[in-house]
Design a protein around this ligand. Structure first.
Ligand SMILES: Cc1cc2nc3c(=O)[nH]c(=O)nc-3n(C[C@H](O)[C@H](O)[C@H](O)COP(=O)(O)OP(=O)(O)OC[C@H]3O[C@@H](n4cnc5c(N)ncnc54)[C@H](O)[C@@H]3O)c2cc1C
Length: 217
């Protein structure tokens, strides 16, 4: 579902006037408005509201920009990725990436942004340096594995936050090596896993991928 978002610029007591109009920037008739709000410290923040339909937003610390996936319902600027400068309060003209960009995932180096193209059952790969889609690949209409999804038998199957419901196990029972990451030590998936890690995937996965990189040299 698309949603609007609020960008908070902490600028002390005075409001600032930021333009959204100019070459290379997207703007709309209701592009922005400024509000004054009292923050938790009791001081005044200026909040700039930018009007842009979005499916997902991520912050890229590498270039200090927010990236938003813009649904087709946004009209001529839809089906794109928009780069937002939170300091200037400007929205870059959205770059077309394909049908219905939704979830965004940023690579650790901040140079590659992946988006799920829900209308094309694909993953799009976007380069944050050139601000262009560099490739996309199909993942199929039903990425579910299990009773009502696909049956797979890979050498290695890594599950992250998968409980191991019988309907899911039905589709992966041919996997030779299951690695399970789950914060619930009693999760059913551990009965089927050759290797299991109990913990929060947000901590485990970065450590896991770092170790893989080290092993690959
Ligand atoms: C007729 C029928 C057919 C079905 N067919 C399929 C099918 O084909 N494929 C399928 O997959 N399902 C199918 N299901 C659904 C199935 O019953 C389960 O609901 C589904 O598999 C559960 O998916 P899940 O493991 O992603 O979610 P959940 O069961 O909700 O499990 C989420 C897991 O994530 C863990 N977790 C949450 N947060 C974190 C964190 N931060 N770090 C680490 N771990 C975390 C939790 O401990 C939990 O174990 C079917 C159901 C029915 C009734």
């Amino acid at each position: 579902m698309s949603k609007s978002f609020t960008l908070r610029l902490v600028i002390g007591l005075s409001a600032i006037s930021l333009t959204l109009f100019g070459v290379g920037f997207y703007s709309s008739s209701a592009a922005s408005s400024d509000d004054q709000v009292i923050n938790s410290l009791g001081t005044v923040d200026s909040v700039r509201r930018l009007s842009l339909p979005t499916n997902d937003i991520v912050f890229n610390a590498t270039d200090s920009r927010l990236y938003a996936s813009v649904p087709s319902s946004a009209g001529s600027i839809g089906n794109g990725i928009a780069a937002i400068d939170p300091y200037a309060g400007t929205i870059g003209a959205p770059v077309w990436v394909g049908s219905e960009p939704s979830k965004l995932a940023l690579a650790n180096d901040g140079l590659t942004l992946y988006t799920y193209l829900a209308g094309a059952y694909s993953i799009g790969r976007y380069d944050t340096r050139t601000q262009h889609l560099t490739s996309s690949f199909l993942i199929g209409q039903d990425p579910n594995f299990g009773l009502t999804g696909a049956t797979v038998a890979p050498d290695l199957y890594i599950t992250i936050g998968i409980s191991g419901a019988v309907q899911h196990i039905a589709g992966i029972s041919g996997a030779r090596n299951v690695v399970a990451i789950n914060r619930d030590a009693d999760a059913n998936i551990f009965k089927y896993a050759r290797y299991g890690v109990v913990g929060d995937w947000k901590q485990i996965v970065p450590a896991f991928t770092q170790r893989l990189k080290e092993l690959r040299g």
